[in-house]
Design a protein around this ligand. Structure first.
Ligand code: ATP
Ligand code: MG
Length: 253
């Protein structure tokens, strides 16, 4: 049964492919030739210690950072160097590390911003109903300021905002950071629910072991390079230092 599942996973179409990405801040390189691919319907996680380049990858895929070299293809289109709003319109949504909701705007306005550039009235209403189903709290607080929500609720809003563009790829950068254990459980349940609905997800999580356990595949980053890619259960045997990244030491993400 699991073999059948594996085969169908392998046969899925590649939705995003990045090859040999070199990305830096000023003259300092943060990514040294990173390649990765994500298939339709997959949940892929990126792990690695602080500063290994996880956020840099997501920001590059979202068009926020321009690679110095390398290529990114999304749904068959070359999106290398495209602006964030163009990439967003094509179907890539980034829920950034630190949430970055707009605290002075209402929940409704925050959600509306998520659909910016992709707004279609009938679809918007449908998506809004889905968000209310996934996140009942957002219906209750619809006309309240985003800044009045608790940290966990703001994270829900940030994810819902990402989903409002009806993305083909959802990227979640540390969605459970700073949340209480109950809230962390909720976030993981939500990710699994989104996956079961067919969403393609790229995930960076502080709780790398737990993220890996629900992921189809894992990329392990070290100093801006891919150290390992494959199934989480194969990582330990492939990489000697895997325990350093996955074993729950203090500096581990
Ligand atoms: N705005 C910036 N200017 C200069 N250097 C940066 C900037 N943002 C990140 N870096 C550097 O790029 C490297 C990769 O950072 P990045 O934020 O991608 O790591 P990360 O794996 O997401 O880390 P964390 O787990 O702490 O979120 C680090 O060396 C970091 O110091
Ligand atoms: Mg980061």
């Amino acid at each position: 049964m699991s073999e059948l599942k594996t085969t169908s996973q392998e046969e899925r179409e590649v939705i995003l492919s990045a090859s040999d990405l070199h990305v830096g801040y000023g003259s300092v390189l943060a990514l040294h030739g990173v390649s990765l691919e994500i298939k339709k319907g997959e949940l892929v996680s990126i792990c690695g210690i602080n500063g290994s380049g996880k956020t840099t990858i997501m920001r590059t895929l979202a068009g926020v950072l321009k690679p110095k070299s390398g290529k990114i293809t999304f749904k068959g289109t070359d999106i290398t160097g495209k602006k964030p709003e163009q990439v967003h319109k094509l179907g890539v949504a980034l829920v950034p590390q630190g949430r970055e909701i707009f605290p002075s705007l209402t929940v409704a306005e925050n959600l509306r911003i998520g659909a910016f550039g992709c707004y279609k009235p009938a679809q918007y209403q449908k998506d809004l109903e889905t968000m209310f189903e996934l996140f009942p709290i957002l219906k209750e607080r619809y006309n309240q300021g985003g800044g009045l929500l608790s940290g966990g609720e703001q994270q829900m809003l940030a994810i819902a905002r990402g989903l409002m563009s009806n993305p083909d790829l959802l990227m979640l950068d540390e969605p459970s950071l700073g949340l209480s254990p109950n809230r962390v459980d909720q976030i993981f349940e939500l990710i699994e629910e989104l996956k079961s609905r067919g969403m393609t997800i790229l995930l960076v999580e502080q709780n790398a072991e737990r993220a890996a356990s629900i992921s189809d595949r894992v990329y392990l980053l070290s100093n801006g390079r891919v150290e390992f890619s494959g199934k989480a259960e194969d990582m330990a045997s492939a990489i000697d230092v895997a325990s350093l990244y996955m074993g729950g030491k203090e500096e581990v993400k």
